[in-house]
Design a protein around this ligand. Structure first.
Ligand SMILES: CC(C)(COP(=O)(O)OP(=O)(O)OC[C@H]1O[C@@H](n2cnc3c(N)ncnc32)[C@H](O)[C@@H]1OP(=O)(O)O)[C@@H](O)C(=O)NCCC(=O)NCCS
Length: 177
């Protein structure tokens, strides 16, 4: 950990957290799109309550991460995976290791729950430190036009994506963003 890191508690969100989660997403992203996306995803079949996690300091919410199920689809097969989206840390507490703790905790929890891989659309220099690599390594495509280096996947189980090719199908809630 970096020496300016702050250690946080991480736990599953509960209904009383919803307003604070909305607030963190809208302030971190400077708009309501991601906050509203989280609200829509909570009502979807791809929502996994155990993978909507909040980071707290002295019981105050400072960060949130969400993973929802997605499919990697081709003409013959569908492979289940997870989308890491969104993740948000309270602006004044960014770059203090809170996002790192949320991602590491979330990926560990996802693996414990039996998920084998995760996909992210995000900063090309941030996610590789958690094992993410551009999905073209496996022949996995985004369902929209995006530079290859920002669309990444990580295997939670060795070789889970080996031989997997296709296009990622997100929950329809993402189409409204
Ligand atoms: C991205 C985010 C969740 C990271 O959380 P964090 O607690 O700040 O991250 P950490 O302290 O664990 O790691 C810091 C690293 O994040 C990366 N990072 C943070 N904000 C960044 C930004 N705006 N642009 C590029 N990289 C960024 C940097 O690589 C930084 O590493 P460095 O400090 O060594 O330069 C947080 O900055 C955030 O909420 N940003 C706004 C919302 C957002 O962009 N979410 C991600 C969409 S993919």
């Amino acid at each position: 950990m970096k020496n300016n890191s702050i250690t946080v508690e991480i736990r599953q969100e509960d209904a009383t957290d919803f307003p604070a989660v909305y607030n963190i997403n809208s302030t971190a992203f400077e708009g309501r799109d991601e906050a509203q996306l989280v609200d829509r995803l909570r009502g979807s079949e791809n929502f996994i309550p155990e993978l909507s996690l909040v980071a707290t300091i002295e019981n105050k919410l400072v960060g949130h991460i969400l993973f929802t199920t997605i499919k990697i689809v081709n003409e013959e097969t569908e492979t289940e995976s997870l989308a890491l989206a969104p993740i948000a840390v309270k602006p004044e507490l960014q770059r203090k290791g809170i996002g790192t703790q949320l991602i590491q905790h979330g990926l560990k929890k996802a693996k414990e729950l039996g998920y084998e891989s995760a996909i992210v659309l995000g900063h090309e220099h941030y996610y590789p430190r958690f094992g993410f690599a551009p999905t073209n390594k496996w022949g996995i495509k985004a369902p929209f036009n995006v530079p290859a280096n920002v669309f990444m996947a990580v295997e939670l189980v060795k070789d889970a994506l080996s031989g997997v090719r296709g296009t990622v199908k997100y929950d329809k809630a993402f189409e409204e963003v």
